[in-house]
Design a protein around this ligand. Structure first.
Ligand code: GLU
Length: 282
């Protein structure tokens, strides 16, 4: 990376129309790139082949163009890189850091006798840990053996810089905290050979030369696992900027299916791109 380079991206999943929250994210990333004389790339995170639709992708591109956000280069599609992601995953398998897992959500809940304290989602209890890759059945997911992976990494390198308002500073990923809060995450989904979002995204950030990741605060908690994966694959760690989420009048986060706030609706009602910027506080 050249000193002072700034390459960022907007990475929507084309599973629905863009809402004000996406508009905020895209405008912010675009404006930061342009202010730094850098690049603003567009990436479709479309590995979920059932939920992602070309019609949503076309609508996203149209909304961005209407907002005046021109992206540099062609649109990058994760769906075209699935064999490439799986090939890279092989390296972890060779190192003995992956294992097949046949547990269902119900199995996992049952194995976790008591709710885990301070943990937002169920951390996998490790039922299938130790299974050989050769025992993988067609319906099995692949999990990362996190303790083994952390053992392979020098803890010194597990850190990232954050410039977003809520968490600005340097964050060190503590291996004990990672084991307790992250655990053995699924890297490849059940039987589909599609790598998890946060892995595909880490590969693409490196492949696209992303120096700055600008995205919503809801993804801040994914960053430590992405940093661990970056170290495991020898990838660079970009600078992160997690921005506040746009909420509705009731303080509820805008979800993609919240059509009432779809950008297209404001457009149809005659709002201008400047109105949208005002509405999201830019
Ligand atoms: N595809 C993710 C989303 O739409 C964004 C991922 C990212 O920016 O890292 O929420």
């Amino acid at each position: 990376m050249t000193a002072g380079a700034f390459v960022t991206r907007f990475a929507p999943s084309p599973t629905g129309p863009l809402h004000l929250g996406h508009a905020y994210s895209a405008i912010l990333a675009h404006d930061m790139a342009r202010a730094a004389g850098g690049q603003f790339l567009l990436r479709m995170e479309d590995t979920d082949l059932e939920r992602c639709k070309p019609v949503y992708e076309a609508a996203i591109a149209d909304d961005l163009a209407w907002l005046g956000l021109a992206w540099d280069g062609p649109i990058h599609h994760q769906s075209s890189k699935i064999p490439h992601y799986n090939q890279r995953l092989e390296a972890l398998s060779t190192k003995g850091l992956l294992y097949p897992c046949s547990c269902t959500r119900t199995d996992i809940r049952a194995a976790l006798a008591a709710p885990q304290e301070g943990v937002a989602h169920a951390v996998y209890p490790g039922t299938c840990r130790g299974r050989a890759m050769a025992s993988r059945l067609p319906g099995d997911a692949l999990r990362l053996d996190l303790a083994a992976a952390l053992g392979d990494l020098a803890p010194m390198g597990l850190q990232f810089a954050e410039t977003g308002p809520a968490h600005a500073g340097t964050h060190v990923v503590d291996p004990d905290v990672a084991r307790r809060l992250i655990g053995d995450v699924v890297l490849s989904r059940k039987g589909e050979d599609i790598v998890a979002y946060f892995l595909a995204s880490a590969f693409d950030d490196a492949d696209q030369g992303i120096t700055h990741v600008v995205r919503g605060d809801d993804l801040f908690d994914f960053t430590p696992i992405q940093v661990i994966l970056q170290r495991l694959f020898g990838l660079p760690t970009p600078i992160y900027h997690h921005h506040p989420l746009i909420r509705d009048d009731q303080g509820k986060r805008l979800a993609k299916r919240d059509d009432a706030r779809a950008l297209s609706k404001y457009r149809a009602e005659g709002a201008s791109p400047a109105d949208i910027r005002r509405m999201v506080g830019l």
